[in-house]
Design a protein around this ligand. Structure first.
Ligand code: DGP
Ligand code: NA
Ligand code: NA
Length: 231
């Protein structure tokens, strides 16, 4: 969509994946690359632990309290609130023509919360923490222009020096998280809205970056075409 000043909007490139897939490293490398081409680009990361809501989330993630001691729905809403508090900034950044490369977003929100229950339970009609229920609070957030999914299986993830000991860094949960991401990818494919690019995250850092650069170029070109005032 064109805007009054004829400025092309920025592209919103989202990186998602299980813990230890290398997202954080790749986000900073991709931002560096785009900046080196003089393309205005900023990195975002969720959860953003620097806000008040983010402080509550950080407390939750770094204390391994007994399961169920904090209500899973309440936490889910906090993660979503943490994205909503950045939403106006995300939108104005994109409108000003600056690209965003983002480390996790609403897909992580749905994948991690819904992974707390087994599939058979989560798909129960009226059951709690279904994908459907989990997607509700993030509905209407600025949408990414693509999802780059850094795919890494559990064994490879664990080879990367084990987990840091945060609440979700556990094998069974991470395996379910990866499955939930696949379900979300299938939903987006059905809708035909947000394109996904699955990248093998077990490759070397350089090879992953190469793929990301190619996908980013493709996405930037598409967004340029779509937001051209001449269209
Ligand atoms: P990170 O700082 O990227 O390592 O993320 C912290 C942990 O929180 C990680 O295990 C993924 C998880 N996470 C990220 N976003 C959400 C969310 O919206 N909801 C839930 N339940 N977990 C999330
Ligand atoms: Na983590
Ligand atoms: Na990370």
């Amino acid at each position: 969509n064109s805007n009054p000043r004829g400025t092309k909007r920025g592209a919103f490139i989202l990186l998602e994946g299980v813990d230890r897939c290398g997202k954080t490293t790749q986000v900073s490398l991709l931002v560096k690359h785009l900046l080196s081409l003089s393309l205005a680009t900023v990195a975002y990361r969720f959860p953003d632990r620097t806000t008040q809501v983010g402080g509550l989330i950080n407390n939750y993630l770094t204390t391994n309290g007994p399961t169920g001691s904090v209500d899973d729905r309440a936490i889910h809403l906090l993660f979503s609130a943490n994205r909503w508090e950045s939403a106006p900034k995300l939108a104005s950044t994109l409108a000003s023509g600056t690209n965003i490369v983002c480390d996790r977003y609403a897909y992580s929100g749905v994948a991690f919360t819904s992974a707390k229950v087994e599939e058979d339970r989560s798909s129960m009609s009226g059951g709690e923490l279904t994908l459907q229920w989990c997607m509700g609070p993030d509905c209407g957030l600025p949408a990414p222009d693509c999802v780059i999914f850094l795919d890494l299986d559990q064994e490879e993830a664990e080879k990367r020096g084990g987990y840091g000991g945060e609440r979700y860094e556990k094998r069974d949960l991470q395996i379910r998280v990866r499955k939930r991401f696949a379900e979300l990818q299938a939903l987006d494919k059905k809708d035909g809205r947000v394109p996904w690019h699955v990248v093998d995250a077990s490759q070397s850092i350089e090879d992953v970056t190469k793929e990301l650069v190619r996908i980013a170029n493709e996405t930037l070109e598409r967004v340029d075409r779509e937001s051209s005032p001449l269209r």
